[in-house]
Every structure is written in C-alpha cells, then in structure tokens.
Design a binder for this molecule. Sequence first.
Ligand SMILES: Nc1ncnc2c1ncn2[C@@H]1O[C@H](COP(=O)(O)OP(=O)(O)OP(=O)(O)O)[C@@H](O)[C@H]1O
Length: 231
Amino acid sequence: MSEAMLALRDVRRVYETASDPLVVLDGASVELGRGEAVGLVAPSGTGKSTLLHVAGLLERPQSGDVFVDGKACGRLGDAERTAIRRNGIGFVYQFHHLLPEFSALENVMLPCMIAGLSRKEASKRAGDLLERVGLTPRATHRPAKLSGGEQQRVAVARALANGPAVLLADEPTGNLDPGTSDHVFDLLLSMVRERGMSALIATHNVGLARRLDRVVTLQDGKLVSYEDNPT
Ligand SMILES: Nc1ncnc2c1ncn2[C@@H]1O[C@H](COP(=O)(O)OP(=O)(O)OP(=O)(O)O)[C@@H](O)[C@H]1O
C-alpha cells in the first residue's frame, strides 16, 4: 500500500525492434503525493511519453507496477484498468486530439457521457468547465475554428471533465507560442491546484517546470531529481 496518489515502482519497459530490444525504462520509480505537481524534463527520445503511457495505464510494463491511489494495477484486467483510467486519470497531449466533427462543448461532454452522465448533466458540467477556461463564447465552435491556445484550453477542460485525481500531461504547451504557452500552463496548473489533483507534466520548458513542486528527469531509464542531473 502507498500513501501516494500515483506511484511507479521499478518499472521496466522494453520495446522489441528489428535489431536489439530497446530498453526505455529500466527501474523507473516515482511517487506523487496527493496534490503534488511534478515536472518531467528530459531530452527527446529518453522515454517521457513511454513513462506517461505506463503511468496512465495505456501501456503495461514488462516488470514493476503502477499504483493508483494505492491500488496495484499490474494484475488487473483491461476492463478494470480502463475504468480506473476513465474515472481517475486525465490526459493532456501536445496536440489536443479533439474530435474535429464536434463542438468544443461536445468534446468536453463526451467523457462525461461515457462515464454515464445524462446529456443534460454532461452539458452543464462541460459548460462550467469551458467557462473556467474562458471559452464560453467559443463553446459551439468546432476545433478548426479555434486558435491553438483555445484548442488546448478545451483539451484541459476535457481532461478534467470526470474530476480525475491524477493529471498526466505530455508537452501540454509544446505546440504554442511562448506567451500562449505561459497562459495555458498557468491555467492548467491553477485548475490542478484548485482541485487538489496530483500531476505529472512532461515539458521541454525548464522555466515552466520550475513552477511545479519538483522536477525530475530520466537518466538511463530511471527517474532522478532534475536538480542533480540537469539535462
Ligand atoms: N511502440 C514503440 N515501439 C518501438 N519503439 C518505441 C515505441 N514507442 C517509443 N519507442 C522508442 O522509445 C524511445 C522513447 O520514446 P518516447 O516517445 O517515450 O520518448 P520521449 O522522451 O517522449 O521523446 P519526445 O520528447 O521526442 O516526445 C524512443 O527511442 C522511441 O523511438
């Protein structure tokens, strides 16, 4: 059992390739306390996305385990892992992955409806979230009609739609200009703080990462303190 909201213990993730197996994570461990926001800054190709996929129960490690609110997830079946992911973990990606044929409001409603809310309840919740990210006037617009920053704000609202306790973000502002990036990052962080969520945020921007509680990096497949090993 763990006091941590999210923990990775001794995770090993190896990809089979045409040549030698590629060991990406090799004894990676990290614990996120309740309400703790941790930055992950590491060079390209060192395994940040892999780590977030394992942490978010999208990929299974070859060994080691992931604990969500103290629950070991390694031996759970796919259906149970999906349920934990849907209800307990929010994701924000570099490229928003919004559904192009739906409006901003509908994109945020969707996870609520998948979780079982009625259309009316989902619409109310999505409307409140869009208001929080300052997008009420754009609620009926499709993603293509929104700016990059607005699209990411919709993606943040969508990630929080089911009230997850954990937020995982993979370069959430990597596609935005510096000013917009700052704004979206601050918005994301203030919403994480308001809700007492635990967050693991991968970013190439050390300045943004330093606004979080601590910063870690990947070295030889392990997570170490960024301060000890700046990349
Ligand atoms: N499904 C896969 N099969 C084989 N190799 C993979 C797979 N996914 C990732 N890799 C390899 O694993 C390594 C780590 O990739 P990953 O995407 O986790 O790195 P990253 O730190 O997120 O990179 P970036 O910052 O460029 O997004 C890379 O060498 C990548 O090519």
